[in-house]
Ligand binder design. Structure first.
Ligand SMILES: *Cc1c(COP(=O)(O)O)cnc(C)c1O
Length: 458
């Protein structure tokens, strides 16, 4: 197994506290067996999310000291604008403090009741912002994306036939734009090919519908294109990025992912009129257009992060580290989602804990076991997150997949941490019969997984 070693060395360290099994047992009980209720200090390897958890470089930290905190016209804004335009190419660059505000501004501006936004798969904040503004969020990814065993190089591709059918069903006047999420977060961090992007563009041209990108993990998507798509092996990542965005009319971005920062986001958009409307709303809810809810120093850190993320040594290490963890698990027969995506490994909890029925939340049982055994925090993506009562029958409806996501923060954990995680999970897998199911003792009416409390079933 080949893993390119880290293309950095460590200058500052953040100590991790090790807990005993007894301490973890008490903490997880107190938390109602919900890992969102755990204090982060009691976690050894935190794989809850790759969002906002990146380690910044010395260059980014140095940039913080050059923050120009002028209310209007900060030099950091001009640097930010220049950097984003250089990579993404859009005419107007509007900073926001994170991705969902970019979504809120975009959809509150363009959506009218009854409109439809197709996507490969909407990320949950995107879907929420579409629906909150009276729109309907359509997921039109290729069918392969829903089968955890199919190995497809571009499992994030949108299905062009489904898209054309949707355009015909709803009519182009009810589709103000189509989004492509690169990489497709909710579908396992799977990439979209440039061919698919080009064909989507061609299809939309027929109807005059704009194409936007949800660009959070654009650099990881570019790396997969370079690796897997014919004709791109010798292209620099930046050229691939430019080619992608040349097919778009705009994008929303959470810089908390491929911006390599802890906070920030933006909208890129070509349309002057829309940009003006969005900017007016920005002033109302975020701030003046040259800071958009961020400090000048944050804008500087994003500019530098966006340049660093295009570095091929970095991307090779990044994608390989995630893949390496997946391969170590596969060597121990641990069932995972295939192929391995860009930012996370997904454990297939239905197969992992085949003895636990879905109404006893196998993915949550595995999430709890990871914390108990090894102080690792992952996140349940299964019956707890997506299960709900059918309003007609009153019966619980469960999602197709029961997954546990291990999201890998960028530049934060070493190979040895990944070995530790793989060994801990493999150990649980060997002793999986001992893991027990759960039942809910408290749940909120919406987004219950954040605050749910559970009890172990004996
Ligand atoms: C994280 C994310 C968002 C939302 O960004 P925030 O910065 O968390 O508000 C939107 N889309 C995708 C694909 C994401 O991964």
């Amino acid at each position: 197994m080949f893993f390119p070693s880290e293309p950095f060395r460590i200058k500052v360290v953040e100590p991790l506290r090790r807990t005993t099994r007894e301490e973890r047992e008490e903490l997880i009980r107190k938390a109602g067996f919900n890992v969102f209720n755990l204090p982060a200090e009691a976690i050894y390897v935190d794989l809850l999310t790759d969002s906002g958890t990146s380690a910044m470089s010395d260059n980014q930290w140095a940039g913080l000291m050059l923050g120009d905190e002028s209310y209007a016209g900060s030099r950091n804004y001009y640097h930010f604008e220049e950097t984003v335009r250089d990579i993404f190419g859009f005419k107007h660059i509007i900073p926001t403090h994170q991705g969902r505000v970019a979504e809120n501004l975009l959809f509150s501006t363009i959506l009218k009741e009854g409109m439809v936004i197709p996507n490969n798969i909407h990320f949950d904040t995107t879907r929420a912002n579409v629906e909150y503004n009276g729109g309907k969020a359509l997921d039109l990814v290729i069918d392969e994306a829903y089968d955890p065993h199919i190995d497809h190089p571009f499992k994030g591709n949108i299905d062009l036939e489904k898209l054309e059918r949707a355009v015909e069903e709803y009519g182009p006047e009810r589709i103000p734009l189509v989004l492509l999420t690169i990489t497709n977060n909710s579908g396992g961090g799977q990439p979209v090919s440039l061919e698919n992007i080009r064909q989507t563009r061609q299809l939309l041209n027929k109807y005059g519908i704009p194409l936007f990108f949800d660009a959070c993990r654009f650099a990881e998507n570019c790396y997969f294109i370079k690796e897997r798509e014919q004709g791109y092996q010798n292209k620099p990542i930046k050229e691939i990025a430019r080619e992608i965005f040349s097919h778009g009319d705009g994008c929303t971005m959470s810089a908390k992912k491929d911006g390599l920062v802890n906070i920030g986001g933006f909208i890129g958009i070509n349309n002057d009129e829309l940009a003006a409307q969005i900017t007016n709303r920005l002033i109302l809810i975020e701030g003046f257009p040259t800071y958009g809810g961020l400090a000048g120093r944050d804008l500087e850190a994003i500019s530098r992060g966006l340049q660093e993320v295009l570095n091929e040594d970095y991307l090779n290490y990044r994608i390989s580290q995630v893949r390496h963890l997946g391969q170590m698990l596969e060597e121990n027969q641990v069932p995972i989602l295939k192929p391995i995506g860009g930012h996370a490994i997904y454990l297939n909890a239905r197969e992992f804990l085949a003895h636990i029925p879905q109404h006893q939340y196998p993915a949550q049982a595995l999430t709890v076991a990871l914390y108990r055994e090894a102080g690792i925090r992952a996140v349940e993506i299964g019956g707890l997150m997506f299960g709900h009562k059918d309003p007609q029958t009153g019966k619980e409806v469960y999602p197709e997949l029961e997954m546990v996501r291990l999201a890998i923060p960028r530049r934060v954990y070493t190979t040895q941490h990944m070995v530790y995680v793989a060994e801990a999970i493999s150990n649980i897998y060997r002793n999986r019969e001992q893991v027990k199911g759960f039942k809910i003792t408290y749940e909120a009416p919406v987004l219950r997984h954040f605050t749910v409390r559970l009890e172990e079933i004996d």
